[in-house]
Design a protein around this ligand. Structure first.
Ligand code: IVH
Length: 692
């Protein structure tokens, strides 16, 4: 072999990069490393040093180029070329057999067995990667299935994701899979967060999702995310799936190109094999280093999949079998109540700590007072708890007779935080604290405002906010922008773990300065984050984004009458009324003025989706009733792609009403106004006519 030193820098770099890629693949894809971690690190260091000497020779697909830059303001929204569908769920053998029946009926196969591929369902978050000429060009989250976030910058830091593929087809194609965190990495993350006084993640899935949305890729790189891939979507020319006829062939191809594929997938001939696979893994899953919440069963033959098609939400050729919820018994020590941001006061269970599905549980939800009464849960009871798909476990029932001295639980009649008498609307089961300046509500609203999906002010979490409220430094969200660096540096905070030996009040110091920088940065956030952060009732992240995109400025939204709000696609009467109520609350305008004075951005920069020029530009469509061939969202996206605007209500400005099955008043109104209407067939014909 030629000694490395006699080679040109180009050649040495090429060899080193090939070596690093080879060992990344041995480790992440083949699960069979040939060298120790320290040796790998040494190789990477050599490559780094050589590249530092020859910066002009650094290529974007070099294994050293995983962390680069950071997005200045959140992530861009990107549209998926094909919707990222979800899976229908099955919970029992009977449901699995029913799924198989449907497949065989749809395929007109009679009694012939269908070949399925059974895979473990990875409990992470789905991700779509685009490769062009074998080079990773984009990584996007699932989002709402139609549009996700471009998280390329973070995806690149995941060592299990190859920046360059081997022998892959040239044209653009997309692979989909799951980004996840091993249980060990999850526990390490939580230990570090605990030490730093940050709130803990409830499970590996939340920790992985949190990492993917982190705005600092160097932090993401440290989290130790992993990935498995299970789907190939051709984007450009259809030839890119290279004549692959079965899902098994796809999985083999993905692995051959250098992508990690979960290795336990199995070919099942008929539903009995599928059931045996599911049964086997219900127990064995605990021996895996990562969380799995079920099995995904997919028709193997890709042509047959095509024939079966999809419903609006799910493919008809696949289903997820969910493992039964894990249960344990323990003692219900206390029934306490929690006050939420909207004033909802809800009971929760304080439990004798117990091990359940790999983690220690000391709290569980109790939903509402009626639920506690119906189950007659009492303090001191021995109870059955269960962890299903939800993050927080729930109390199923009491399992032994109550102790003789036990008493039925009664919901407190006053707020545990401010003492105000609780109220409940006739139609509601939830009791609320009506005091809009209740300290507990205030703390929760502030937490929501600063949270990652809202204004994303890192470091301004529960404990710091509690301290700021306690010391009277903030009384509403606008006060956040009055905080100064020196003030926060000098702030004396209580110890995060009062039981620790070193526990004593300390100055916040540098952390305080960082928080002020984060606050500063949040001033330029898009309007959608602010609308969401204000915590307007019924306005979730998606509605906030829609409102921001439609109204563009805070003032225009607050001035809009209810019918105008309601004419925004996807904004229904409840959200519209709630925004109106918020606009009319006495302190809203002054709060907004103070935020404006503090330099907080009140405008949306997001592109208006309906601004795209196209054959239907200038036309306003209204969708009503149910379409068989696609979901409402998809129909809207198709129309918008062609340049049309889609509105939620019929008026003289409407150009056309598309009426699916069971269309009601909107169709009637269109007919009264003499507006053109299309049934599903007509709508499909219109779309086809204008497409490419
Ligand atoms: S296939 C159209 N396979 O589960 C079918 N999904 O509950 C696309 N998931 O959104 C999904 N492991 O994020 C598939 N082996 C696997 C999976 C898997 C985990 C996730 C995926 C999907 C969700 C549906």
């Amino acid at each position: 072999m030629t000694p490395l030193s006699s080679l040109s820098p180009e050649e040495r770099l090429r060899q080193l990069r090939d070596q690093v890629r080879h060992h990344e693949e041995r480790y992440y894809v083949l699960n069979d490393p040939e060298i120790a971690d320290a040796e790998f690190d040494a190789l990477l260091k050599q490559l780094d040093a050589l590249e530092a000497e020859h910066p002009d020779l650094v290529t974007p697909d070099s294994p050293t180029q995983r962390v680069a830059g950071r997005p200045s303001d959140g992530f861009q929204t990107v549209e998926h070329l094909q919707p990222m569908l979800s899976l229908d769920n099955t919970y029992s053998t009977e449901e699995l057999r029913a799924f198989d029946e449907r497949v065989r009926k749809g395929a007109q196969l009679g009694d012939v067995q269908v070949t399925y591929i059974a895979e473990l369902k990875i409990d992470g978050l789905s991700i779509a990667l685009t490769y062009l000429n074998g080079i990773l060009v984009r990584g996007a989250t699932r989002g709402d299935g139609q549009r996700g976030e471009d998280v390329s910058i973070n995806v690149r830091t995941i060592r299990a994701v190859p920046l360059r593929l081997r022998h892959a087809p040239e044209g653009p194609f997309e692979v989909r899979g799951e980004v996840y965190l091993s249980r060990a990495a999850f526990e390490k993350t939580n230990r570090e967060r605990d030490a730093a006084g940050d709130p803990l993640f409830a499970n590996p899935r939340n920790a992985a999702a949190g990492a993917m949305r982190n705005l600092d890729p160097s932090q993401v790189a440290k989290r130790g995310l992993l990935a498995f891939f299970y789907q190939l979507v051709s984007v450009g020319d259809a030839a890119s799936d290279g004549g692959l006829a079965s899902h098994a062939a796809v999985l083999e191809a993905l692995r051959a190109w250098g992508l990690p594929v979960e290795p336990h997938w199995t070919r099942c001939r008929g539903v009995d094999d599928v059931i045996a696979f599911c049964d086997g893994w219900a127990e064995r899953r605990r021996s895996l280093p990562f969380d799995t919440d079920g099995v995904v069963i997919k028709v193997d033959d890709l042509a047959l999949r095509q024939q079966l098609g999809t419903t609006a939400k799910f493919p008809r050729w696949a289903t997820a079998f969910k493992f039964p919820a894990e249960q344990a018994t323990t003692v219900l020590k206390q029934i306490a109540v929690n006050v939420g941001r909207t004033g909802a006061v809800t009971p929760y269970a304080v439990l004798e700590p117990v091990l359940l599905a790999g983690s220690t549980i000391s709290m569980a939800t109790l939903h509402n007072a009626e639920d506690v009464a119906r189950k007659d849960l009492r303090e001191g009871d021995r109870v059955l708890i269960e962890k299903g798909g939800d993050v927080i476990p729930k109390v199923v029932k009491a399992i032994l007779p109550h102790a003789d001295d036990s008493v039925a639980w009664v919901m407190p009649s006053t707020c545990p935080s401010c003492g105000t008498t609780l109220r409940r609307d006739d139609a509601e089961v939830v009791w609320r604290c009506p005091n809009s300046v209740c300290p507990a509500r205030l703390r929760r609203s502030l937490e929501h405002f600063a949270s990652r999906s809202a204004m994303n002010i890192e470091g301004l979490g529960e404990s710091l906010l509690n301290e700021l409220v306690r010391q009277g430094l903030i009384t509403d969200v606008a006060d956040i922008y009055g905080l100064e660096a020196t003030q926060l540096e000098e702030l004396i905070v209580a110890p995060t773990d009062p039981k620790s030996e070193k526990a004593r009040p300390r100055k916040l110091g540098k952390v305080g300065r960082n928080v002020v920088e984060q606050i500063e940065r949040s001033r330029t956030n898009d309007l959608s984050r602010l609308i969401y952060g204000l915590g307007i009732r019924h306005v979730g992240e998606k509605a906030a984004a829609t409102l921001a995109r439609s109204f563009r400025t805070m003032d225009r939204m607050l001035d809009a009458p209810v019918d105008m709000l309601q004419s925004v696609p996807d904004i229904g009467p409840v959200v519209a009324q709630s925004v109106r109520d918020f606009a009319e609350e006495p302190h809203t305008r002054s709060l907004i003025s103070r935020l404006v004075a503090a330099g907080v951005n009140m405008e949306s920069q997001a592109p208006e989706l309906s601004d795209q020029p196209g054959p239907l530009s200038g036309k306003v469509f209204v969708l009503t009733g149910t379409l068989e061939s696609m979901s409402r969202d998809e129909a809207q996206a198709r129309l918008e792609q062609l340049g049309a605007r889609v509105s939620g209500s019929v008026s003289k400005k409407t150009s056309c009403v598309v009426a699916g099955a069971d269309a009601g008043s909107k169709l009637e109104k269109a007919q009264q106004l003499g507006i053109e209407t299309l049934d599903e067939q007509g709508f499909l014909a219109l779309i086809m006519k204008h497409q490419r």
